[in-house]
Design a protein around this ligand. Structure first.
Ligand code: NG6
Ligand code: CA
Length: 507
């Protein structure tokens, strides 16, 4: 053989070698990519700490209990606020909501609360190569001030990092009562344009006040504006008849969207924020679930939501995604029975304790306002059990950034990834609780509530607010229901708590 033939052979050998190295490298890369875990946040609306079977509730919640049994149950898990908008703001931004005065319960026509330039959890997930989607309740405002509901509604979730969105704008009891998909009202008839106002009615449109005969559900307080599907709402709406949602199929509608999102994106890493509307008012179970709890519509929609979660779990199982999906289950704020409609929630509650062992409820600075059900589940990865670590939904931003190896943004969020995955028992040292723009401090087992003016009890809702002329100090380790105010007897602790509170809040 000639010298040139030899060298040719060597050259082709080297080429082959290089080729195979690069092949195996891209193979590795592919494997690494497919190993990124999916992340799903299952977020309930007004579900109390004690509403779930795994925290002692009397409503059957087998699927939520399944998550708890196969996952890690946090006994000291918090939402960032005792109402919806501020909690969701904190979840998506990692910022304490009390730092932003506009972060309060928003009307359906409010502008977008989060700046489009702000860092958000979905943006971080997107930057990490995730397909991102939100399905369900938004309630963080839309647009820049005046929304034309008949055109593209922007900015909204799609400008904050969600590639796909299928949402209700605010709450089930607020107009507009339509679904919005990627910025467009679904099923809109251009000849029947939508108009929305939170100031005054549109001439000739029926309201609960002048057409009580049209009501299938009676309002107890405030919900006496436009009537949709026989249910009176907060706010006035005109037009958009074809686009109006059917309340009793909302749960199924969101579920189908969530299942499709999972199926469509099963080969990519995905991040799904699945924000269920239950058990917020109006409680409108599908006929299939009516009577299933024996506790009236509030119990029934919890059973319905539980079934929905079971269906989603089935889809994940069928698609063989369970071993590669981190599921976080929680609620935006504590429970309320009467939140504006006569729906027998109070009358049929029986011995069930939606607030668990805690005092207060939704809107309250007492524990039940923000101390919520909290579970992390990852089949084969998270060892089932319970954790006493102090954790907040606020911490998901930093922790998930860490999970997907992104830079952790400077926010109020703490990286507790190891705690959420059950590898550590260390939680945050303290947390500021917020309820209706008031704040309190939990540090260790202690809670300090500064003095606040205002009613001690919300009459309509029958919920203790936490307001008092005096400082309040409670030791949760021996007094979970905040009955014994130790402010007088333990002034050392009180002063220490006030000091920390002042440093964090600047108040
Ligand atoms: C309140 C409503 C309540 C509910 C809540 C929002 C009154 C008196 N009460 O203003 O019914 O809609 O807003 O709940 O109007 S949340 O879970 O979205 O924060
Ligand atoms: Ca809520």
């Amino acid at each position: 053989k000639t010298y040139s033939q030899y060298s040719l052979n060597i050259v082709s050998l080297v080429l082959l070698l290089l080729f195979s190295i690069s092949c195996s490298k891209s193979q590795n890369k592919k494997q690494a990519v497919s190993k990124k875990p999916n992340v799903i946040i299952v977020y309930m609306d007004d579900l109390g700490y004690g509403d779930v079977g795994f925290n002692g509730g009397k409503i059957p919640t087998p699927n939520m209990d399944g998550l708890a049994k196969g996952g890690l149950v946090f006994k000291n898990g918090y939402s960032s606020s005792a109402t919806c908008t501020p909690s969701r703001y904190a979840l998506l931004t990692g910022l304490y909501p009390w730092r932003k005065k506009e972060a309060k319960i928003l009307p359906g026509s409010a502008p977008l609360l989060i700046d489009v330039d702000q860092q958000t959890l979905p943006k971080i997930m997107h930057n990490a190569g995730y397909v991102t989607g939100i399905i369900g309740k938004w309630h963080l405002g839309l647009g820049n001030g005046s929304i034309n509901w008949n055109e593209q509604i922007t900015p909204g979730p799609n400008e904050l990092g969600f590639e796909t969105s299928y949402i209700m704008a605010a709450t089930q009891d607020r107009v507009p009562t339509v679904y919005i998909e990627n910025g467009y009202v679904e099923n809109l008839d251009k000849n029947d344009p939508i108009e929305v106002s939170y100031k005054e009615n549109f001439t000739g449109e029926p309201t609960a006040l002048d057409h009580p005969e049209m009501l299938k559900m009676k309002w107890h307080h405030t919900h006496n504006n436009s009537i949709v599907n026989g249910i009176p709402r907060i706010g006035f709406m005109k037009g958009g008849n074809r686009a109006k949602w059917v309340d009793s199929t909302m749960s199924k509608t969101f579920l189908n969207k969530a299942q499709n999102f999972v199926k469509e994106n099963k080969d990519k890493p995905f991040f799904m924020y699945y924000a269920l509307q239950q058990p917020h008012v109006p409680r409108t179970p599908h006929p299939k679930f009516v009577g299933k709890s024996g506790m009236g519509p509030r119990g029934d929609v919890i059973v319905e939501a539980d079934w929905t979660i079971g269906q989603l779990m089935k889809t994940l199982k069928n698609e063989k995604l369970l071993e590669n999906t981190l599921i976080i289950f929680s609620s935006d704020n504590g429970p309320v029975l009467n939140d504006g409609y006569y729906d027998e929630a109070v009358e049929k509650n029986g011995h069930h304790s939606p607030w668990g062992p805690f005092r207060g409820g939704k809107y309250s600075l007492f524990q039940a306002g923000t101390h919520v059900p909290f579970v992390t589940y990852w089949k084969g990865k998270i060892k089932p059990g319970t954790s006493n670590a102090l954790v907040s939904q606020l911490d998901l931003m930093a922790s998930l950034s860490s999970l997907v190896q992104q830079k952790i943004p400077e926010t109020d969020s703490e990286n507790l990834l190891n705690t959420f995955l059950g590898k550590s028992n260390v939680g945050r040292e303290e947390i500021i609780i917020e309820a209706m723009s008031r704040t309190a401090l939990r540090k260790g087992d202690w809670v300090m509530i500064p003095p606040y003016k205002g009613p001690k009890v919300l009459k309509n809702q029958n919920i203790e607010t936490g307001n008092s002329k005096e400082y309040q100090l409670y030791n949760l380790s021996e007094d979970a229901s905040e009955q014994f105010n130790l402010a007088q007897s333990n002034s050392t602790k009180l002063n220490e708590m006030i000091e920390v509170y002042k440093i964090i809040t600047g108040k």
